[in-house]
Design a protein around this ligand. Sequence first.
Ligand SMILES: C[S@@+](CC[C@H](N)C(=O)[O-])C[C@H]1O[C@@H](n2cnc3c(N)ncnc32)[C@H](O)[C@@H]1O
Length: 319
Amino acid sequence: MQASPLDFFAKAWADDRDTWTSSTVNPLLIKHADLLPPNEDKDNPKRIFVPLCGRTLDMIWLVDKGYVVVGVELFRKAILKFFEKQKLEFEVTEVPEIPSAKLYTARDGRLLIYECNFFDLRRDVVGLFDGVYDRGSWGSIDPPDRPKYVETVKNSLRSTGTWLLLTFDIVAEGGEYKGPPFSLPFSTVAKSIPSDLSCTEVSSYLRPETASSLKLMKKYTFDLTVVLLVIVIRYIDVMRSVLKPTGTWLLLTVDLGVEGDQYRGPPFSLPFQAVAKLISSFFSCVEVHSCVDADEAEKNYTFDLTVRRSVIVIRPLSK
Ligand SMILES: C[S@@+](CC[C@H](N)C(=O)[O-])C[C@H]1O[C@@H](n2cnc3c(N)ncnc32)[C@H](O)[C@@H]1O
């Protein structure tokens, strides 16, 4: 029987076999860090959440960039090894609100790591974040728990926040690699995110990995992907600020029913129901027209696609 991800990680840490830990800062983080919210005010640094942080050096790099970094890691050995390897002094305190947790603080309070299960962390304890840096974290969660992971990360982000996701897809034949971390292709990410997040694949490239570099028995090809998830609430906030109380927002949108998962967008599918859910606290919203456009597939796409087009009228709710 396949070990659960938690059993896998428990054994990996016990055996000092955290093969995913890199001895250098992740080059994709360095390359794409400007996608994270900029730190404009030194006295009020932006907060970055690093879920399932392991002992990644990337946390230190982010602190050096001026961010306050908050990680969460279940296994104490990972945290202690991190501080030991980085030769960092730290303090450990209890977390009264989360009895299972301990808090490790370093670098003048700019680096905080919670030792606990990600799912036990509470928003009222850790606060909201301006950014999330997720390298191999979503992909390390047992697939049945992933919707809860996505919801929890989403709820920990400010409405202007950005979730930088570095993920991979093993595209080699064979399927012997089982993870964790599990393969998490962009198409799966795009399908799994809630309708109030937008999602863009910023970069994707193929890299042949060898057995020796990953301490695996086979040769695999990884499709390394940087995915940027941006909360679209930011867009709605702008609309709220520019639309007069008597104004009207005429929205023409599409809902793409796709066979298979070849369609990636943008533009992304934005059905009326999603619009209504997103904006109902600020605007009234009526779908005045909706039709299915079956010809669209033949004209523009080489795969099956049904396009439902909607015309939606949106007006500010009177205060
Ligand atoms: C693949 S590693 C990624 C670590 C890190 N993001 C990096 O780039 O090196 C996943 C880490 O998450 C930890 N982990 C797995 N499930 C967890 C959970 N439910 N709560 C907290 N940590 C967890 C594991 O111990 C492991 O260190």
